[in-house]
Design a protein around this ligand. Structure first.
Ligand SMILES: Cc1cc2nc3c(=O)[nH]c(=O)nc-3n(C[C@H](O)[C@H](O)[C@H](O)COP(=O)(O)O)c2cc1C
Length: 155
């Protein structure tokens, strides 16, 4: 029994947070290389799911930390695909978001919660981290906030 950290990241912010939570975090990789900002925003708005390269979660995973950037106030296509593919039965899920805005993505949290709960999981926590434009990869502050959040859950 254990926790897995799963995330998608295009420009590195969500990756920085994920790796702070676990250095064994599982990155969701899309088969097709991402094109434009606008195309990506539109595909998130439309609720699309990307084709993912094969990935696996460690056996006996009972808690999932699931991280995504916010795109056009929506979930990324890679994370939509992950939610669709995953059997969440009996699993506790902790959501983390990175976004440019200071506002928490409340509607997005509710919609992801609803989708995960329909698939048998329970969303037990969520957090959003505001990031800087142009990449925040090396940002100690983001890493520190992610570490603090994970520690505060004392799992
Ligand atoms: C296509 C696209 C759409 C975005 N839409 C939003 C948005 O609606 N609200 C917001 O606060 N930030 C938005 N952002 C900013 C990202 O959420 C933010 O930079 C995030 O930290 C990027 O994570 P990543 O580096 O892991 O890809 C958007 C970025 C991209 C590329």
């Amino acid at each position: 029994m254990g926790n897995a950290v799963v995330y998608y990241s295009w420009t590195g912010n969500t990756e920085a947070a994920a790796l702070e939570i676990s250095d064994a975090a599982v990155k969701l990789c899309e088969e097709k290389q991402r094109g434009s900002f606008i195309g990506s925003a539109c595909s998130a708005l439309a609720g699309r799911r990307s084709k993912l390269r094969p990935f696996s979660l460690p056996d006996g995973t009972d808690g999932i930390f699931l991280g995504t950037p916010v795109w056009a106030s929506h979930c990324t296509p890679a994370v939509n695909a992950f939610i669709e593919k995953t059997d969440f039965t009996g699993k506790k899920v902790f959501l983390f978001f990175t976004l440019a805005s200071r506002e928490a993505p409340e509607k997005l949290v509710s919609s992801m919660k609803c989708r995960i709960e329909k698939k048998g999981g329970s969303v037990c926590g969520c957090v959003s981290f505001q990031t800087k434009k142009g990449g925040d990869t090396g940002c100690r502050d983001l890493r520190g906030r992610a570490r603090q959040w994970a520690e505060s859950l004392s799992l």
